[in-house]
Design a protein around this ligand. Structure first.
Ligand code: 6PG
Length: 256
């Protein structure tokens, strides 16, 4: 299992590299298990990746009928809200590829109460992955955690990933798959997969672009361990492959 940093010239090459990895990982998963489970990232960086996957160069490279889409995190808004991560994926990936509803598992924000939404999403994931409804006493957690083939992640300027923000309660979650997470600085309850879930994935790919990420990325990857202050430091796959796809501008302090 490995952790690898790939530095690419710009956002276009970052998206192209990510699309190739998406298709490779997906193709292997489909060949092995006849399905590909992926948790999509929100924010703006992944938008160009999603669009690229719908282009002629990539759309025909994977059997979309065997791809099952989940979301690494979500804002507690309507699925039609401009802030919705689901909406961004629907407009840039799911609708253009005509992905059928039965292959899309979004956070049901219609339930309004964040804890209810998180519990509902956790149950959906447990049912999809045939997980028992109890916390595993095995160290690996293998029968209580889903093993996504791929989880796409971004990183905020503050070192957050998914909706696991600095000094928030969800950072400490060790059992649940999905939780609500109050983010004081946003004055909002976010919805997010937890680190146990992220760290149990077969593959995690960070997509990081922009000079404004450079200083934080240096602290996350090279600085001292401060996992509460820089939550992205908590992503450590013991039984999976971790890739950091980084645009040069965001990597400028890594190579000095
Ligand atoms: C969200 C995202 C979040 C995002 C980072 C980076 O809901 O906002 O899941 O974790 O990945 O904030 O966002 P950008 O890639 O747009 O910089």
């Amino acid at each position: 299992m490995k952790a690898e940093i790939k530095i690419v010239p710009n956002l276009q090459t970052l998206s192209h590299k990510a699309a190739k990895m998406f298709v490779e990982i997906g193709g292997e998963a489909i060949e092995k298990n006849n399905k590909f489970t992926v948790a999509l990232a929100g924010g703006s960086t992944p938008k160009s990746l999603y669009r690229l996957l719908t282009s002629d160069g990539f759309a025909s490279k994977i059997d979309w009928g065997k791809v099952f889409f989940f979301f690494g995190d979500e804002r507690n808004v309507s699925p039609d809200d401009e802030q919705s991560n689901f909406r961004m994926a629907r407009e840039n990936l799911l609708k253009p590829l005509q992905i059928s509803k039965d292959k899309i598992f979004r956070w049901q924000t219609e339930l309004v109460d964040a804890k209810k939404i998180a519990a509902d999403y956790e149950q959906t994931i447990k049912e999809f992955f045939n997980l028992e409804n109890h916390i595993s006493n095995s160290t690996s957690g293998s029968n209580s955690l889903p093993r996504f083939d791929l989880i796409l992640l971004g990183m905020g300027n503050d070192g957050h990933t998914a909706s696991l923000f600095p000094f928030t309660k969800a950072l400490k979650e060790t059992e649940k798959i999905a939780v609500a997470n109050m983010v004081e600085k946003l004055n909002a309850e976010r919805l997010t997969l937890t680190f146990p879930t992220i760290n149990y994935a077969a593959n995690v790919v960070f997509l990081i672009g922009g000079a404004e990420k450079a200083e934080t990325l240096h602290k996350v990857l090279v600085g001292k361990r401060e996992p509460e202050r820089f939550p992205a430091q908590n992503v450590i796959l013991n039984n999976g492959n971790l890739f950091w796809l980084v645009e040069e501008k965001a990597a400028q302090f890594l190579t000095k």
